[in-house]
Design a protein around this ligand. Structure first.
Ligand SMILES: Cc1ncc(COP(=O)(O)O)c(C=O)c1O
Length: 492
């Protein structure tokens, strides 16, 4: 249809062809849609006078109210304008290019930051079975009990919880969590210092948003946790990988001439992925370095509950008299990742600002779930669940070691496994690592290469073998496969 100023007759004829043919929509909608389409495509010229509603209704043989309702919609959307005493006119709309350059053409590219982020997505596991690192034993979760608890807390939910919240998490959960962290993790914490987040990842993001500017430096453990690396990268930070030795991140090994850090990210209870625990002298050295540089230390205490030979090591935050450590925890490992609940324990002076900024940036919610979790913790079910998981993970680890025995007897070295949810199998070189990962793919087994956890040139080759999320059967099968594959490869 060419652009035209419609005569009444032409418009009525054209509309008559459009309406009454689509039985499923109302006449108002059909009339409105046809006029909207012609106006938007410029087929009805801007400024054209439209026939009166009475004339249109009569010409189309429909009720005038139907025409008025369609016109009202066009008027409300700004597609037609009404001139007092003169009727309706087609509005003057900006014209869109007839053949716009497609945004998704061959030259399309993500932003530099976006591409860096996408490049790190390859580290996400696709299969949550044997060897997927960081996945808890979901088959051991007390699903029925949790469902009952959730149902009751949803039934009893306070109507105020339906609204926007700015408490930084349900106060009852912050109470229960504060007690738990004080007693079990020696964290110096009062409930008002806690902000509940959607997992540790969101907590890292909030810290990066509020305490750093784009271009600031963050020291990261090398090798280290990809989730935190990605988050800091997305915040535009300059990531300086600092090597991890047998005592964790070594501040003395920071590359020369790097700018002072604004943040130092560590996993001192159980370094991810190497598994080492940072002893007190190194913790004090780290705090001294942080104080000298004016840096915040982020303590990511993601799985410290799973220690098999000794009680969990007390937190770094509890060691520091100064308020320079920001403690971050998650329920992803002790309960389940889909829960998306984590927390930050902040110095008192920062807590209120973080609480409000969190509500502004992310919004908070899901208070019935938080309420159920508060009861789960306060009644001791949480601690009982952790104790049960600890025992099962110890058994799962032993099972994996049994399955790998032919290889370990022949020289394959495994990490100590005193804590955590994975073992590291050391390999001779990166070629061997790449070959095993490739063979595993063919056998439909997920193997995470240790080299993937390095930001710079990997210093060690190995495999990160998650065992917590797999049943003993799965571990036996995958472990035997790996043992066999390693023996074949190393006997060549
Ligand atoms: C070192 C480390 N920190 C934190 C997390 C938990 O992150 P989230 O709470 O976002 O699930 C993980 C999970 O894999 C992890 O490995």
């Amino acid at each position: 249809m060419k652009q035209r100023t419609p005569s009444s007759e032409w418009l009525i004829d054209a509309l008559a062809l459009q309406i009454g043919t689509q039985g499923t929509t109302t006449l108002v909608h059909q009339l409105y849609s046809a006029l909207r389409r012609w106006i938007q495509h410029g087929e009805l010229a801007a400024g054209s006078h439209l026939p009166s509603s009475r004339h249109l209704a009569h010409g189309l043989g429909i009720s005038r109210n139907t025409v008025l309702a369609a016109m009202d919609r066009l008027l409300a959307e700004g597609l037609v304008v009404s001139r007092r005493g003169a009727g309706m006119y087609v509005a003057n709309l900006p014209t869109l290019p007839a053949h716009p350059k497609p945004l998704l053409d061959a030259a399309f590219s993500y932003s530099t930051r976006g591409q860096a982020l996408i490049d790190r997505c390859g580290t996400l596991s696709q299969h949550y079975q044997a060897f997927a690192p960081g996945v808890p034993g979901l088959d051991l979760f007390p699903h029925a009990q949790w469902q009952r608890l959730l149902r009751r807390h949803y039934r009893q939910a306070d109507t105020a919880w339906l609204s926007y919240q700015t408490h930084g998490g349900l106060p009852a959960l912050k109470e229960a969590l504060g007690d738990y962290l004080t007693l079990s993790r020696a964290v110096r914490c009062r409930p008002k210092q806690i902000v509940i987040t959607q997992g540790a990842q969101q907590a890292f993001e909030l810290v990066a948003q509020l305490l750093t500017d784009s271009g600031d430096t963050v020291w990261m453990e090398e090798p280290g946790y990809g989730g935190a690396q990605t988050c800091f990268l997305a915040a535009g930070l300059n990531i300086v990988p600092v090597p991890v030795d047998e005592d964790g991140l070594n501040p003395l090994c920071c590359p020369a001439n790097t700018p002072s850090p604004r943040l130092i990210y560590v996993t001192p209870s159980h370094q991810y992925p190497s598994g080492v625990t940072m002893p007190v002298p190194r913790r004090l050295a780290l705090l001294e370095h942080a104080a000298r540089h004016g840096a915040w230390v982020i303590e990511d205490d993601y799985d410290s509950e799973f220690r098999y030979d000794t009680p969990p090591t007390p937190s770094l935050q509890g060691l520091s008299e100064q308020a320079s450590v920001i403690y971050i925890g998650t329920f992803s490992k002790v309960l389940y990742p889909g829960l998306r609940l984590g927390y930050i324990v902040l110095p008192e002076a920062l807590a209120d600002t973080f609480r409000l900024a969190h509500a502004r940036l992310h919004r908070e919610g899901n208070y019935p779930i938080q309420s159920a979790l508060a009861e789960f913790i306060a009644k001791g079910d949480f601690s009982r669940h952790i104790a049960r998981m600890r025992m099962s993970y110890r058994q799962r680890q032993a099972c994996l070691r049994r399955a790998l025995a032919p290889a370990t007897d022949a020289g394959l070295k495994l990490s100590s496994g005193h804590a955590g949810m994975h073992l590291i199998a050391e390999l001779e070189n990166l070629n061997q690592e790449a070959r095993l990962v490739e063979l595993a793919q063919q056998a439909r087994i997920t193997l995470s290469p240790l080299s993937r956890y390095y930001l710079k040139q990997p210093q060690r080759a190995g495999l990160v073998l998650g065992y917590a999320g797999a049943t003993e059967d799965e571990l036996l099968r995958a472990g035997r496969w790996l043992s066999h594959a390693w023996l074949n490869l190393t006997s060549l």
